[in-house]
Design a protein around this ligand. Structure first.
Ligand SMILES: N[C@@H](CCC(=O)N[C@@H](CS)C(=O)NCC(=O)O)C(=O)O
Length: 327
């Protein structure tokens, strides 16, 4: 684990000294947009992900649900991230196909030779002009949701205008207390910081449980990006966050609504292929020797996300709003 300083790689763990043991996530640095394209431009854009990473996972899900598989090729980094940061080719990761790179930090310095900051996934890359378009998953979701509709004909809208206020409202607390909350608990280096994150996390999970007891999706009757953003944390929770990040008040399996909801989303066609428990478990348990010095990967828990759920028998097209013809 490390970062780039003026374009030079340095192997360094997160510094929590200045924040009383609290993990503080850095803002993403590349935040460009892609304008709606009317001309087919197959494989101009390339997506780099880790199958272990919940933020990258969101973008893979939207790529799948927005029919972008052939338009936007994907490269998977190796699950194990140690002194060189994210690497290609090895331990189940792909070879880097565009420039034959060994490490993800080389792609960042290709984009900006004197880049300083963390080297994170996901990355959306423009191979035509060799530009790092965006490395913020929340933005990439919105780009995928909209920018290629003309080419794919897929008008499913996961951020529909009429639900934006409630999606934004849900995203704010789900991000703060759940998606990032598990990291704040897991990377805390003081008891107070851990406890603060732990309490907020389970309060937010209780809130999600209550909402999903009363309604099918987080914002009501329609499935939106808010649900997929929660999904990627829920699917990792019992296998990784309960043990490795000490988020152990309850498991998702102990929450009736959340666990059935999780299975209902997992069973949407195309989603199970985006979930790779082997990469997920090996990444967390091996890549953070400061938390798990033996790097032993636990065998359990036994989980079956394909088991029946009680959330109704719906098809994706029935529960996702469509954008209008103008895109
Ligand atoms: N805000 C970013 C966060 C991405 C992120 O932190 N990814 C993690 C993997 S789960 C990473 O690459 N970490 C490497 C590091 O922090 O050095 C997003 O949502 O895209």
């Amino acid at each position: 684990m490390g970062l780039l300083v003026n374009g030079k790689w340095q192997d360094r763990w997160y510094d929590t000294k200045a924040s009383s043991g609290r993990f503080q996530r850095q803002d993403s640095s590349f935040r460009d947009d892609i304008q709606a394209h009317s001309q087919p431009d197959a494989s101009r854009y390339h997506l780099y992900v880790s199958l272990a990473c919940p933020w990258a996972h969101r973008t893979l899900i939207l790529r799948q649900l927005k029919s972008l598989q052939s338009l936007i090729p994907v490269t998977v980094v190796s699950p194990i991230m140690l002194e060189h940061g994210w690497e290609f080719d090895g331990d189940g990761g792909d070879r880097e196909p565009l420039y034959n790179l060994n490490y993800m930090h080389q792609l960042y310095t290709k984009a900006k030779a004197d880049y300083s900051g963390r080297v994170t996934v996901p990355v959306l890359w423009d191979r035509l002009v060799q530009r790092l378009v965006n490395n913020e998953s929340a933005d990439i979701l919105r780009i995928f949701n909209r920018a290629f509709n003309h080419q794919t004909g897929n008008r499913l809208d996961f951020y529909p205008a009429e639900l934006r206020d409630s999606i934004d409202e849900v995203n704010a607390w789900v991000y703060r207390d759940i998606n990032n909350g598990v990291y704040k608990a897991g990377f805390a280096t003081s008891q107070d910081a851990y406890q603060e994150a732990f309490e907020a996390l389970f309060k937010a999970l209780d809130k999600a449980e209550q909402l999903l007891t009363d309604q099918r999706f987080l914002t009501g009757d329609y499935l939106t990006e808010a649900d997929w953003r929660l999904f990627t944390t829920l699917i990792r929770f019992d296998a990784v966050y309960v043990g490795h990040f000490k988020c152990n008040l309850r498991r998702i399996a102990d929450y009736p609504a959340l666990s059935h909801y999780l299975r209902s989303l997992y069973q949407v066609p195309g989603i199970a292929e985006t979930v790779n428990m082997d990469h997920i478990k090996r990444h967390y348990y091996i890549s953070h020797p400061m938390i798990n010095p033996t790097q032993i990967v636990p065998e359990g828990p036994a989980q079956d996300f394909s088991a029946p759920h009680n959330r109704g028998d719906w098809q994706l097209e029935q529960v996702v709003l469509k954008s209008d013809a103008r895109v």
